[in-house]
Write a protein that binds this ligand. Structure first.
Ligand code: UT7
Length: 330
């Protein structure tokens, strides 16, 4: 089949959320905060925290197994595994290689994508290109994060925001499910210091000093990031809407990155998409970085009766800065 005739379908999706729930009331006992502040400023009521014996690769593997089950295929069919994360089990090997081992996918090439909260959208876009080009037929895209392992639990500015979780999708040249019909990716490294994790790389290798300076935790200037998050997600979403000759009314469901309810509301308002057509889970899980859109897309697909022609727009923004969107048609 010629590359121009090939399609990339999402034939299965899945999620995994750790069992332990950390509520705002629990956080009130840990730092100087309140349920009232967290709820009104972020919309978050609770988040999930992975157990010490649950590394990111395990969260990812469970989400992957759920997506494979949904797709009705075995892991041996998977030819490539792409993982979006910045909290992998270790710097080397890639978490994707550990997933390959865990789920039993010996044929699969495996690599990680470092695009922070945009990792799922970046991963879907890369998978789509490989599938449409004809190089691969069946790719597993996973977004997973154990943010609790890089959170400073004494810093109220950040610790109330994050949670752990994983979501996955099987992208295939053939099968039932929504087709990826468009994608858009962008980045701006010039302002990376508004949201980053400085320690553990070649610039600040792990040392007593790097630990003392708390360089291994996520740092964020939240109020500055806020405005970029809205503008970037609106730009990505409206670019795809216009490129495909659509209007906001044509988007049956928007699945945005879940960092803050106020950001989600503003993105919907700018785009002209009302809240009943926006998938929202920030109240249950907080900000799970790349996993937010993966879990959100899985939940949206499972809980709606989409009919042929329905469009789903997945849009994300995160550290880097990176941002992007993927347009699906049922
Ligand atoms: O996922 C990647 C992208 N990330 C984002 O998109 C996050 C974007 N940013 C945000 O969501 C918001 O900026 C935050 C939720 C992080 C913060 O909300 P904000 O309305 O921008 O608050 P702020 O940082 O301007 O802080 C307002 C006040 C400060 O007190 P003063 O200086 O006004 O006296 C903070 O010290 O709220 C205080 N504050 C808190 N108070 C109680 C900050 N964190 C807390 C807290 N509990 N947990």
């Amino acid at each position: 089949m010629a590359a121009s005739e090939r399609n990339a379908f999402i034939i299965g999706t899945g999620s995994y959320l750790p069992e332990k729930v950390l509520t705002n009331a629990d956080l009130e006992k840990m730092v100087d905060t309140s349920d009232e502040w967290i709820t009104t400023r972020t919309g978050i009521k609770e988040r999930r925290i992975a157990a010490p014996q649950e590394p990111t690769s395990l969260l990812a593997s469970r989400a992957a197994q759920s997506a494979l089950k949904d797709a009705g295929i075995g892991a041996e069919k998977i030819e490539m595994i792409i993982v979006g994360t910045f909290t992998g089990d270790m710097p080397m090997p890639a978490t994707a290689c550990l997933v390959q081992k865990n789920i039993g996918a010996p044929r699969a090439a495996a690599f990680d994508i470092s695009a922070a909260c945009s990792g799922f959208v970046y991963g879907l876009s890369v998978a789509r290109s490989f599938v449409v080009s004809g190089s691969y037929d069946c790719i597993l895209v996973i977004a997973c994060e154990k943010l609790s392992s890089v959170t400073d639990w004494t810093d109220r500015d950040t610790c109330v925001l994050f949670g752990d979780g994983a979501g996955a999708a099987v992208v295939s040249s053939e099968g039932q499910g929504p087709r990826i019909i468009g994608d858009y990716l962008a980045a701006d490294g010039s302002i990376y210091e508004l949201l980053f994790m400085p320690g553990g790389g070649s610039l600040h290798p792990c040392s007593h000093d790097s630990v003392d300076q708390k360089l291994h935790f996520v740092k964020m200037l939240g109020s500055k990031v806020f405005k970029y998050a809205i503008n970037s997600m609106v730009e990505a979403a409206s670019t795809l809407i216009e490129r495909h000759g659509l209007s906001a009314e044509d988007i049956r469901m928007l699945v945005p990155h879940q960092a803050n309810m106020r950001i989600i509301t503003e993105v919907g308002r700018h785009l002209g998409i009302p809240e009943e057509r926006i998938h929202i889970n920030v109240q249950k899980y907080g900000n799970m970085s790349a996993a937010t859109t993966a879990v959100g897309m899985d939940e949206a697909i499972r809980s709606n009766d989409f009919t042929p022609g329905d469009k789903i727009l997945v849009v994300a923004f995160g550290g880097g800065f990176t941002w992007g969107a993927v347009l699906l048609e049922w």
